[in-house]
Design a protein around this ligand. Structure first.
Ligand SMILES: Nc1nc2c(ncn2[C@@H]2O[C@H](COP(=O)(O)OP(=O)(O)OP(=O)(O)O)[C@@H](O)[C@H]2O)c(=O)[nH]1
Ligand SMILES: [Mg+2]
Length: 186
């Protein structure tokens, strides 16, 4: 069974994508340094030992592509989007401009690539002291789960939410593979 997944983290600049990627891969402390914008893209690989899907528990090998929110790196996007299995959107609470940024990212990374809604998730990342709620997203996101997260206060549930997203993506991939096998056998 396929257990390797390529996941993109996309969202506007400074919303916390790199911090989240480091947290999920246990690469660094949360908020341990000053803001250093990601240049282009960073790839982090790690394993989740026990992901449950289709009534089985497997080890998932995650390739997490932490994509810069700076649109001047857009020329890298064609390479980034190749072979993507899932897209994690991140945005900040209280930011209407982030809603528009996510729409544009959705159009490029989901709609134009034929990615299914089941392969997507949205995290609204609340930094310590941040106020307000996540602005309402457009209809593009109406079928995509949106989860409010706080890395420092509720780290366990962030990991659980991410693992269950990976489980959904793996489940979807095996359903696609099965359909293709049946098609070949016909
Ligand atoms: N304390 C704390 N700081 C955070 C958290 N999330 C983000 N930050 C800080 O917010 C700033 C921006 O975070 P990044 O993770 O670099 O943002 P990014 O989305 O990767 O930005 P780009 O790479 O430019 O697209 C950094 O100074 C982080 O340390 C958090 O949950 N807690
Ligand atoms: Mg970054």
């Amino acid at each position: 069974m396929q257990n390797k997944v390529k996941i993109l983290i996309v969202g506007p600049p400074e919303c916390g994508k790199t911090t989240l990627a480091n947290f999920l891969s246990e690469a660094a402390e949360i908020g341990s340094g000053e803001y250093r914008p990601t240049k282009g893209c960073r790839i982090i690989e790690f394993e989740i030992p026990n992901v449950s899907h289709n009534n089985t528990t497997t080890k998932a090998e995650v390739e997490l592509w932490d994509v810069s929110g700076d649109r001047s790196y857009e020329s890298c996007w064609p390479a980034i989007q190749k072979g993507v299995n899932g897209v994690l959107f991140v945005y900040s609470p209280g930011r209407e401009d982030h809603v528009r940024a996510l729409d544009s990212l959705y159009t490029h990374f989901v709609e134009q690539q034929g990615i299914q809604e089941a392969q997507c998730i949205v995290f609204c990342l609340h930094k310590p002291g941040s106020k307000g709620k996540g602005a309402k997203l457009s209809n593009f996101f109406s079928q995509i789960p949106k989860i409010d997260i706080q890395l420092e206060e509720d780290s366990g549930s962030v990991r659980r939410d991410f693992s269950s997203f990976i489980a959904t993506v793996l489940g979807d991939m095996s359903a696609i593979a099965e359909r293709q096998e049946n098609f070949i056998l016909q």
